[in-house]
Design a protein around this ligand. Structure first.
Ligand code: ATP
Length: 457
């Protein structure tokens, strides 16, 4: 049984079954932009709902937020994004392709120790000393390296000038920091507490790619958890366990496809005291799935300084004001989506040398939990009643009459539908249907009146 597929196989599979389409396809597409079809949006919503339930609703000290994408530009000054949120850009003078200088080196010489803080002169020296050539045209004729800020610029009002310049948020986190005082006061929350948010983020990546792994528009699920400074390291450890619990027990990802990587001190972002990445073994190799950072008091302190507002917290015990330390787990919905698909998709042999495609999702993630399949068109009336009962009960279900029953099973297996309910000629008499399990392919006869109870289990 094979479980590992290349990217092209996954992209084609997701397109054929209505999960992910290349965006703007009828106009020749738009590079690295993707649209989520009916099954894709169902899976995405399931991921987001599970995350929200696990990290927010089921926690005693968590609340949610939905902040704006476009914020006052001062936010990005205080957060350091205007000064620091950039990648080292280098151009090939021969073919005019642009690259991230650090990635050029990492791809050719993974053992050379560089990180996001390595300065531009050093990166250029390595590229020249090692005579790294342009991956596009094979020449070694490079420009100097410039810092390229990844924030998307836009402008507000009718006049497009510097004064009206704004940015699309490159992370959802800052929306939480700037609302810290509002949330704490309005809900009379006591530190420690946390705020979670799901929303779009935008980064003008120099080299997007690897399907939905790196795109310029994506969705983040972020938490900023506000702690007494001394408690932040323990909260960090707790989040390592919580993230593992979510990945392995809720999403049921395979342990061998996940690993943890601790950032060296030299590799920490400007705001971080400690960062751990959870990496997934994607078709293009191990890469970051989920980041966990101890952001200290960096963001709240800077917003307090620049805005002049008080963003500290008055300790009710000691009556002393302090700035909480923040622990932040941050994950992209699309990267989780991609990891889930890579983990769950399999092609397995069945009888007579045939194979079947299966998307082995856990029940909670399945776009459709149930497919209702009448054995013949003549049975539509009775089968439709079963389908209507499921829909009315809020169970995502699909009705399929097209093709042989074997073909319909194959199709449902391929999109991850957990149960197929077949309504046959006996069903009219005995008020029973056959329920087939996607993974075991075992079938059992169940009374129609018992179906909801069966699914409830
Ligand atoms: P990378 O090193 O891969 O660029 P990052 O360290 O810049 O990622 P963070 O700033 O920590 O990423 O963002 C948090 C999460 O948001 C990442 O772990 C990832 O899941 C997601 N993410 C970040 N950039 C992108 C992108 N361009 N496309 C899709 N998801 C992204």
């Amino acid at each position: 049984m094979s479980t590992k597929f290349d990217q092209t196989t996954i992209v084609n599979y997701l397109k054929n079954y209505g999960f992910v389409f290349a965006s703007s396809e009828i106009y020749g597409g738009l590079a690295n932009a993707w649209d989520y079809g009916p099954l894709g949006v169902a899976l995405k919503n399931n991921i987001k709902n599970l995350w929200w339930n696990y990290f927010i609703t089921s926690q005693p000290n968590m609340v949610g937020l939905d902040s704006s994408i476009i914020l006052n530009p001062a936010v990005w000054k205080a957060s350091g994004h205007l000064a620091n949120f950039s990648d080292p850009l280098i151009d090939c003078k021969a073919c005019h392709q642009r690259f991230r200088a650090d990635k050029l080196i990492e791809e050719k010489y993974p053992d050379i120790k560089i990180n996001e803080n390595t300065d531009k002169a050093e990166l250029l020296k390595i590229i020249k000393d090692k005579k790294i050539v342009c991956p596009n045209c094979g020449k070694a004729d490079w420009t100097d390296i410039r810092s390229f800020n990844l924030m998307f610029k836009t402008s507000q009002s009718v006049i497009e000038d510097k004064a009206n310049e704004l940015y699309l948020r490159p992370e959802t986190a800052q929306g939480i920091f700037i609302n810290f005082a509002n949330i704490q006061r309005a809900l009379r929350l006591k530190v420690p507490f946390g705020v979670g948010q799901i929303g779009k983020a935008f980064r003008n990546e120099i080299t997007p790619g690897n399907f939905i792994f790196r795109t310029r528009e994506f969705e983040q699920m972020e938490i900023e958890f506000f702690n007494y400074p001394k408690d932040a390291p323990a909260k960090f450890e707790q989040y390592i366990k919580d993230i593992e619990g979510f990945l392995f027990n809720v999403l049921k990802l395979k342990k061998e496809n996940i690993r943890m990587s601790e950032h060296d001190k030299a590799d920490l972002s400007h705001y971080s005291a400690r960062t751990v990445d959870f990496q997934y073994n994607f078709p293009h190799g191990w890469a970051e799935l989920w980041g966990l950072a101890n952001r200290t008091d960096f963001d709240l302190s800077n917003h307090q300084k620049l805005s002049g507002s008080t963003l500290g917290y008055l300790d009710p015990e000691t009556n002393e004001r302090f700035i909480p330390y923040v622990v932040e787990p941050s994950v992209g919905v699309e990267r989780l989506f991609y990891a889930i698909i890579c983990d769950a998709y399999r092609v397995e042999p069945i009888k007579d040398g045939e194979t079947r495609e299966v998307l082995g999702l856990p029940y909670a993630l399945c776009p459709y939990k149930v497919a209702v399949l009448p054995l013949s068109n003549k049975l539509n009336d009775g089968a439709k009643k079963v389908f209507d009962m499921l829909i009315a009960a809020g169970i995502p279900s699909v009705y399929d009459v097209t093709g042989s029953i074997g073909k319909r099973y194959r199709r449902q297996d391929a999109i991850g539908t957990y149960y197929c309910i077949t309504y046959d000629f006996d069903s009219q008499k005995d008020e029973c249907v056959t329920v087939r399990n996607r993974d075991t392919m075992k079938q059992e006869r169940i009374k129609i009146s018992e179906i909801l109870k069966f699914l409830g289990k």
